[in-house]
Design a protein around this ligand. Structure first.
Ligand code: SF4
Length: 362
């Protein structure tokens, strides 16, 4: 299998070019052609010598994914299921944010995956049920963006790494992708428009704080005590809330970027008055806001054990919770999920397609 050129770092690409007796400036020429001008074939890069074009074509790929399924929702969101060249599935969801008139799109966000499947196993997540298939390569993260922009004929404004996978457990590839995506030479994204969402890999949060062009950080919190968090997010057994909060504080101190906390409210689990008090304390440690998120049904995964007991909280409870947080000075909104009619919950489409494929194979 040919290597994908987007997976090479600067020194690897230069070394390869030097082995072909090419000057160092070819490296930037090739990268600009691929990332800024979005060339999909080496033969489309007109300023390369023919011998180099042939060498690159014979030895490297530019593209890493193909679109397998596209589902469009009534709310304007679009879910993409991709297949990697090695046959794994991954998802991305396009979400248009409308202005007050509901007519003009203000922001166009793509939620991308950092893994195929996921190894973390959060009780409430369909992706966790798929299990871990693989860490996505740099090319596979960037190509989700390029393919969606091509397909929808649009220029995305925001990216969130909140799809399948825990980005900070695929750290070096995620950093490789961020280096390209935030590089001003390629004009893909402003770093302030990129959010990494993590279940709480504390040491990596501290490492990410030192990234040369820091990005926004979202924490999938979902509980205010270790007891509850241990049950719904197994990662909490490795990095307790106190350790996570220390890392978050350090992230803010270094980057000066406010933190977002994601909080799914489950009925009778993390929705008490004590949770409001503890969440307020957590949110006040550094400038932050709390997104209250409705629980996406995962009954289609046939959950067992504790996961089967998770129930969505009523809308009034979510509104009460958010209002109480605001009363205490914590910025908080209910963030409705997109695409309920198209299986847009993280992992949902891949899982249902997997079932379909298994059924066909049987
Ligand atoms: S919520 Fe995120 S980290 Fe947890 S299992 Fe799902 S994809 Fe993995």
């Amino acid at each position: 299998m040919k290597r994908n050129i987007k997976n090479l770092n600067d020194s690897e690409l230069r070394e390869i070019l030097s082995s072909q007796k090419q000057p160092a400036f070819r490296s930037e020429q090739i990268k600009k052609a691929i990332y800024k001008n979005r060339k999909k074939e080496f033969s489309e890069i007109s300023n390369l010598p023919k011998s180099l074009t042939s060498y690159l074509t014979e030895n490297f790929e530019i593209n890493s994914l193909k679109i397998r399924t596209v589902r469009k929702s009534r709310d304007g969101s679009v879910k993409f299921l991709f297949e990697s060249l090695d046959g794994n599935s991954l998802e991305a969801v396009y979400m248009p944010w409308f202005d007050d008139s509901s007519e003009n799109v203000e922001r166009e966000t793509l939620c991308i995956s950092s893994m195929s499947g996921c190894s973390v196993g959060c009780a409430f997540c369909a992706t966790g049920k798929i299990g871990f298939k693989k860490n996505l390569e740099i090319a596979e993260m960037i190509d989700q963006i390029f393919l969606v922009e091509d397909y929808l004929h649009t220029k995305l404004t925001n990216i969130v790494l909140m799809g399948m996978g825990e980005p900070l457990m695929n750290y070096s590839n995620v950093i490789g992708a961020l280096e390209i995506l935030t590089d001003p030479n390629y004009e893909i994204f402003n770093r302030k428009r990129i959010t990494i969402s993590t279940s709480g890999i504390a040491p990596r949060i501290k490492q990410l704080a030192k990234f040369i062009r820091p990005v926004k950080l979202a924490i999938s919190l979902h509980a205010t005590s270790n007891g509850v968090r241990d049950k719904i997010m197994p990662i909490n057994q490795s990095f307790k809330l106190e350790t996570l909060m220390d890392a978050v504080e350090e992230y803010y101190k270094i980057t000066k970027i406010p933190i977002t906390y994601e909080y799914i409210i489950f009925d009778n689990l993390n929705d008490t008055e004590n949770d409001i008090v503890r969440l307020t304390k957590i949110a006040r440690r550094v400038p932050s806001r709390v997104n209250i998120i409705p629980f996406n049904d995962i009954s289609f995964t046939n959950p067992t054990g504790f996961a089967s007991e998770l129930k969505p909280a009523k809308r009034e409870k979510m509104e009460y919770f958010a209002a109480k947080l605001r009363e205490k000075g914590v910025a908080s909104i209910i963030r409705d999920t997109f695409g309920g009619d198209i299986e847009a919950a993280c992992g949902q489409l891949a899982l249902s397609e997997e079932k379909i494929i298994q059924t066909i194979e049987i």
